[in-house]
Write a protein that binds this ligand. Structure first.
Ligand SMILES: Nc1nc2c(ncn2[C@@H]2O[C@@H]3COP(=O)(O)O[C@H]4[C@@H](O)[C@H](n5cnc6c(=O)[nH]c(N)nc65)O[C@@H]4COP(=O)(O)O[C@H]3[C@H]2O)c(=O)[nH]1
Ligand SMILES: Nc1nc2c(ncn2[C@@H]2O[C@@H]3COP(=O)(O)O[C@H]4[C@@H](O)[C@H](n5cnc6c(=O)[nH]c(N)nc65)O[C@@H]4COP(=O)(O)O[C@H]3[C@H]2O)c(=O)[nH]1
Ligand SMILES: Nc1nc2c(ncn2[C@@H]2O[C@@H]3COP(=O)(O)O[C@H]4[C@@H](O)[C@H](n5cnc6c(=O)[nH]c(N)nc65)O[C@@H]4COP(=O)(O)O[C@H]3[C@H]2O)c(=O)[nH]1
Ligand SMILES: Nc1nc2c(ncn2[C@@H]2O[C@@H]3COP(=O)(O)O[C@H]4[C@@H](O)[C@H](n5cnc6c(=O)[nH]c(N)nc65)O[C@@H]4COP(=O)(O)O[C@H]3[C@H]2O)c(=O)[nH]1
Lengths: 77, 77
């Protein structure tokens, strides 16, 4: 299912947790591609969880677990 | 590249041009999936042109040509 990220929190945590920098960079690349600067939430495609896991050398469960453990997933809809 | 459809015009033309009904139905399915009832424009993925061509027994060039000939494509961005 889709992934809804808390962009404000992700930007803040990525400054102190190096593991989250690639996630923040990926999210910012999508925002730039869309020109979507609402700045609060970013809804990503379900396939993006696979892509994020791949580029972070994790399984999808590990990636999702790390995002949840850091309070970055807001899923509603 | 993406496809931006004029939803208002598509809904109107689909009533008198049977060829356009499947296109209108596909667009409405996407609107429902997103709950995107802005009603004016619908931006579709570049892959959707392939899907629309397939389900309408046309090539991509024929599908795009038909949409353009009916004034249904608003492409800006
Ligand atoms: N509400 C909604 N609208 C959709 C959806 N899929 C496509 N669109 C609309 O269709 C446009 C073109 O999509 P694209 O050709 O796949 O081209 C996209 C795609 O290649 C990439 N992209 C944007 N957002 C995402 C994302 O969340 N994940 C991935 N993997 N790529 C994305 O950037 C391009 C431009 O994105 P946009 O400027 O946003 O422009 C998007 C957007 O207006 C969807 O699931 N929901
Ligand atoms: N900027 C932004 N906002 C987000 C995002 N994810 C969630 N939201 C916010 O949460 C609501 C649901 O977004 P959605 O699931 O993408 O569902 C959206 C989406 O599918 C579509 N939509 C709305 N505006 C656009 C747009 O400018 N382009 C495209 N392609 N789709 C849009 O209509 C649905 C309802 O939209 P809203 O009522 O406006 O309400 C949206 C919006 O306020 C995001 O990645 N970027
Ligand atoms: N601005 C923008 N936002 C994007 C893009 N791709 C994905 N998103 C955001 O990520 C959410 C989940 O996308 P999904 O898992 O592919 O799940 C999507 C997808 O399976 C389908 N869908 C929505 N729009 C399109 C479309 O234009 N073409 C196709 N083929 N499927 C779509 O409906 C599901 C729900 O769509 P949404 O409620 O809109 O919710 C979308 C939307 O908020 C994009 O290119 N641009
Ligand atoms: N997932 C998601 N993404 C969102 C949402 N709201 C905005 N976005 C993203 O932010 C970009 C700018 O949105 P905008 O300034 O509201 O301005 C938008 C909007 O006013 C309109 N628009 C174009 N296509 C659509 C569409 O399919 N649905 C809706 N509701 N508006 C669209 O044209 C402008 C450019 O649209 P896009 O190319 O799609 O580019 C959108 C889209 O990538 C949202 O609720 N959910």
């Amino acid at each position: 299912d889709r992934l809804i990220l808390d962009m404000r929190r992700l930007g803040r945590l990525a400054q102190s947790i190096p593991e989250l920098e690639p996630v923040n960079n990926y999210a910012l690349l999508i925002c730039a591609r869309r020109r979507d600067w609402n700045g609060e939430v970013l809804s990503l495609r379900s396939e993006d969880l696979s892509t994020l896991a791949l580029i972070n050398f994790k399984t999808e469960d590990q990636m999702q677990g790390e995002l949840e453990a850091n309070g970055l997933i807001l899923n509603f809809k």
